[in-house]
Design a protein around this ligand. Structure first.
Ligand code: GLN
Length: 497
């Protein structure tokens, strides 16, 4: 059965969004959605996810007039299950950024307190801000190196980056194919879990989508021990072993309220029966550099399709409008005009890392670090990585291993937005742009290893126990699990919130 309804009060949404800039397009057409379990659920979709009824720009001038002829699989699933897609959300251009300041649509302002003009985080800043401002029940985002978890942390909402390969990437505008994931943001863990439950499906149209049997096996393995030790009480964590990675408290994490919040959360989990253990992930210190080499290399390759010929923006060189022999110049002009400063920087960095001179020292070296990061995780988890080993028998389990890891989601609360220059780009001359990259230091390791990671806001009651109050802005805590243990990660998240 089809339900016909008028889109949620779009003018009210538009008015509320003026000071936040979370949306780049609203669905103001009369919408028709199926009857289903998600009826009444309004969902905002990040603008790098293709929708046939709304434009998809990935916040780039190069795609400013692009209309996808089809819906991404995730959008198809949600609408088929009765959800209402209310609009497209702002993001960093092609997902490249940590503060949602690199967007042709302008920056997103964190709704926690718009007067202070702080960043919503990036790149899924619009999705996080839309949820935080109460403009939708849930939002889809993408996370390549932290783009769901960082905005969730800065805006005070829940954000899940699922295990790589669980959610279809068909219809997602690629940033870095080996790292990109689609995930969900909402105000509470159960809404995230509900939406994720629908999109957590194999899709034959995505070659990296994981087979149903494999995901089921990983899910059962991760829950087995927890379920067998647990009493009927859902709040009981008896038998759950939580690891606290010592490398996730770097010098950049200077804010005491973040450390005390994590400490309080750990006491809470301990009081529910969990065992808390220190663990070491020694390759963490190399993860950020390796991530930026790999992501830029893949990004430079993924973005080569925007050439001004097949689709998207085309800018002809001045004076040569009628010359048909100018394709190389069209490429150059289109790409110089169509891509923003940050994206051009990533293309240069990535192309260099893949060049013959630099390949061994940069790209291959980064791949080696990626493997070290994966091995680190595998060495601390109780359950082995089902994708890495054929053996999943209890023998391959480490008796002293942990079930999940807990660490701060970010090294700080939301920073202030930089002032834009005349071109609308965040002023770079006076800014230390490396600081933007450093924001991802705690999120990229799980991305390199393809692991599920959930950021949950530290509840006010827990923060009230802190001696140091800090600036009062949201703080996120992350729960990370072995590949395929997304359900366990969500269960732990539900106890924290
Ligand atoms: N901030 C990171 C980057 O710019 C991560 C972005 C993302 O996860 N899409 O690459």
């Amino acid at each position: 059965m089809l339900l016909r309804r008028f889109a949620s009060n779009v003018s009210a949404l538009r008015a509320k969004d003026v000071s936040i800039n979370a949306f780049v397009a609203f669905n103001d057409s009369e919408s028709v959605s199926s009857n289903g379990p998600l009826n009444g659920c309004t969902i905002a979709v990040k603008d790098n996810i293709c929708t046939s009824h709304l434009p998809t720009t990935a916040s780039s001038a190069i795609l400013k007039d692009f209309h996808s002829p089809f819906d991404a699989t995730v959008v198809q699933i949600l609408t088929k299950n009765g959800a209402e897609i209310i609009g497209k959300t702002n993001c960093d251009e092609f997902g490249m950024g940590s503060l949602n300041i690199h967007s042709v649509h302008g920056p997103v302002v964190n709704p926690f307190n718009v007067e202070e003009r702080r960043a919503a985080g990036g790149s899924s800043g619009g999705s996080a801000a839309a949820v935080a401002a109460g403009l939708c029940h849930a939002a889809l985002g993408t996370d390549t190196g932290g783009s769901i978890r960082l905005p969730a942390s800065y805006c005070g909402v829940v954000g899940l980056k699922p295990s790589y390969g669980l959610v279809s990437r068909h219809g997602i505008i690629s940033y870095a194919d080996s790292l990109d994931t689609v995930g969900v943001l909402a105000k509470d863990v159960s809404t995230v879990e509900n939406v994720f439950g629908h999109i957590n499906k194999h899709d034959y149209r995505d070659p990296t989508s994981i087979d149903e049997r494999v995901r089921e096996r990983a899910r059962n393995l991760s829950l087995e021990q927890y379920e067998s030790n647990r009493h009927s009480n859902t709040q009981d964590l008896k038998g759950l072993r939580i690891g606290v990675p010592q490398e996730y408290f770097p010098s950049e994490l200077s804010s005491n309220p973040i450390i005390s919040s994590i400490r309080n959360i750990l006491s809470l989990l301990r009081s529910r029966g969990a065992t808390v253990l220190p663990v070491s992930l020694p390759s963490t210190k190399y993860a950020l550099s390796a991530y930026y080499v790999i992501a830029s290399a893949e990004g430079s390759s993924c973005l080569s399709r925007y050439d001004g010929i097949e689709y998207g923006l085309r800018v002809k060189p001045p004076g040569e409008e009628n010359n048909i022999d100018t394709s190389a110049k069209i490429y150059a002009h289109t790409r110089s005009h169509g891509f923003g400063r940050e994206v051009r920087k990533r293309i240069l960095l990535g192309t260099y890392a893949l060049s013959a001179d630099a390949f061994d020292n940069y790209f291959l070296q980064a791949q080696r670090v990626r493997q070290m990061v994966r091995d680190d995780f595998d060495s601390v988890f109780f359950v082995s990585n089902i994708l890495a080993s054929s053996s999943t028998t209890p023998k391959s389990r480490k008796t002293d291993g942990v079930d999940v890891l807990i660490h701060p989601s970010a090294i700080r609360t939301a920073p202030r937005l930089p002032i834009a220059d005349d071109a609308g780009e965040p002023e770079s001359a006076s800014r230390d742009t490396l600081q933007d990259y450093v924001q991802d230091v705690l999120t990229v390791p799980a991305s390199l290893a393809g692991l599920p990671a959930l950021s949950v806001p530290v509840p006010q009651a827990v923060r009230n126990q802190n001696v140091e109050k800090g600036d009062g802005w949201p703080i996120g805590v992350s729960v990370v699990g072995q590949w395929g243990s997304d359900e366990l990660v969500l269960k732990v998240g539900r106890i924290i919130e």
